[in-house]
Design a binder for this molecule. Structure first.
Ligand code: SIN
Length: 535
């Protein structure tokens, strides 16, 4: 912070129970947050997480893999072409080129940390294929436990360093700015204490906002915190309407729904309705291997007519399923289902937020001193539709670049790791009854009106509903309030995009807008979407 510049306190001017100083604060402990923290370990970094290191992130739940062109018949150019083809005109070719070119090096980085990636009989990296990829290029760990393995090695590396300060069970409330740039971060510890963490740089890596929807594959912690925090600080956000729904979540009534990885369909599992009919054959020539959004909408339509959809892996995998997909097998068994012997009930579910804090290829946001990486960032890599297994890749590539960029602006070893007091390790405070009720109503509203098929009447109803829920809950801070902010932004962006593109489908505007594709951008919390044409 510049000497003498007045510090802008967030919301009400507040007193702090503790004030601490760090070089840089990284918020979030998924793949992106861990990678950024590790890269910044020499610069006095504090890793802030509302859970515990390695827990509560979507990364750790990722069953799909990490895409990298490491096969003999593959190249970064092919990987880039596949990514652009799926992105429906909105991906940034320069970012896609960077991502796909850096992928092999990032794989070496992860292997160097000890990641146990699956190998074939010759000990070469085993390469899987998923929808939209023209080559076998998906790296997995322990079959369908890729995310957990990558988080495991990164979290272990963070702990080994010993000089990365951990603020666990600490909730990032607001950015503090001075003279137009980041000057700190306000945290609320689980014991209610408010901590001012003074720092010149903040990296947001809080993941997505799957909790917005009644049906989601995301852990409950995914409440759009980074997005809400950035919105409150007037930071530019982009393409928020693009929420990717996974077609095959296990429809067993649990919350969140267990993911049934699309690799199951890659291995021949079939999607059928309650009469055993393969209805995807009528929806797309590629049937089960059609793009994810097409499959998800076809299943949604079956549900809307009162039918049910199932994923049948009994013929294609049968007994092999338990060894090939141990995570899926275990999740099904927990719900009392045996995927080797019976078709599994499925539903689409909110899975990945493509939009987010608008950043460049170094992860820089519109606010000096604020960087973002991972799902809460929008780099333009995914455009309007994300290719499977590109998100873990994006998290490690962009977070690595963020670390380099932040480091280039910080003096080496400037800040000793801060000493956040031990009470930061207390358990997280549960939501109040009013907050829990509001979130439940919000999730239903979003699922019904801001989900797979949208139209003006439903989106308008949702905006009114969100405003009413916000009024009912009143002022405050925390996950419920963050969800309300993000719900409003996603819905407003969806209303403003009067076309269908990628994962955003408007029943009242089923085609692309004529002419060039455009990004929608929002500044802070304004609901007016500006349009930025794609060159
Ligand atoms: C899946 O395994 O189906 C999900 C992979 C992804 O979302 O990239």
């Amino acid at each position: 912070m510049r000497e003498g510049a007045p510090m802008q306190q967030p919301r009400d001017s507040q007193r702090f129970d503790e004030v601490s100083t760090t070089g840089v604060a990284v918020v979030g402990s998924g793949l992106a947050g861990l990678t950024a923290a590790l890269g910044l370990a020499d610069y006095g970094v504090t890793l802030v997480t509302k859970t515990q290191l390695g827990a509560g992130s979507a990364s750790a739940w990722a069953q799909g893999g990490l895409a990298a062109a490491v096969g003999a018949d593959d190249s970064p150019e092919r990987h880039a072409a596949d990514t652009l083809a799926v992105a429906d005109g909105l991906a940034d070719p320069a970012v896609v080129e960077l991502l796909t070119r850096q992928a092999p090096e990032r794989v070496r980085f992860l292997l160097g940390l000890g990641a146990e990636l699956d190998r074939d009989a010759d000990r070469a990296l085993a390469l899987g294929r998923e929808a939209g990829h023209s080559r076998r290029r998906i790296l997995h760990a322990h079959g369908d436990g890729t995310g957990a393995e990558l988080v495991r090695v990164l979290a272990a590396a963070v702990r080994r360093r010993g000089d990365i300060a951990l603020a666990e069970r600490s909730f990032a409330l607001d950015l503090v700015t001075a003279a137009g740039r980041v000057a700190g971060l306000v945290l609320r510890r689980a014991d209610g204490a408010r901590v001012l963490l003074r720092c010149g740089a903040v990296v947001l890596a809080t993941g997505g906002c799957g909790r917005l929807y009644a049906r989601t594959t995301n852990p409950p912690e995914l409440t759009g915190d980074g997005l809400a925090l950035a919105a409150r600080a007037g930071v530019r956000l982009a393409d928020l309407e693009f929420v990717q729904f996974h077609p095959t979540a296990l429809d067993s009534g649990c919350d969140p729904l267990a993911l049934l990885t699309e690799a199951l369909r890659g291995e021949g599992a079939l999607v059928i309705d309650e009469r055993g009919r393969r209805f995807l054959v009528d929806a797309h020539p590629a049937a089960e291997l059609a793009p994810r959004d097409v499959v998800a909408r076809a299943i949604w339509r079956v549900q809307q007519r009162g039918g049910r959809a199932f994923l049948d892996a009994t013929g294609a995998l049968g007994e092999r399923l338990a060894a090939r997909f141990p995570t899926v097998f275990e999740l099904c068994r927990r719900e009392g289902l045996d995927p080797r012997r019976e078709p599994l009930p499925i539903s689409p579910a909110a899975h990945y937020h493509i939009g987010g804090i608008a950043v460049d290829a170094r992860g820089r946001s519109s606010l000096p001193g604020l960087w973002a990486a991972g799902e809460n960032a929008c780099t333009g890599a995914h455009g309007a539709n994300r290719l499977a297994s590109n998100s873990l890749l994006e998290a490690v590539v962009i977070a690595g670049r963020v670390a380099e960029d932040v480091a280039s602006q910080l003096p080496l070893g400037r800040a000793a790791p801060p000493t956040l007091s031990e009470s930061s390790r207390l358990g997280a405070a549960p939501p109040s009854a009013a907050e829990a009720e509001t979130v439940a109503a919000l999730r239903d509203l979003m699922w019904q009106h801001v989900g797979l098929l949208r139209d003006e009447a439903g989106l308008t109803r949702a905006l009114h509903g969100i405003a009413a829920l916000a009024r009912g809950l009143g002022p405050g801070e925390g996950e419920a309030h963050n969800l309300l902010v993000v719900a409003q932004l996603v819905t407003a962006a969806a209303l403003a995009r009067r076309e269908s593109r990628g994962v955003h489908f408007r029943a009242d505007f089923p085609a692309h807008v004529e002419g060039a594709a455009f990004h929608s951008t929002m500044i802070g919390r304004t609901v007016e979407a500006a349009r930025q044409r794609v060159a």
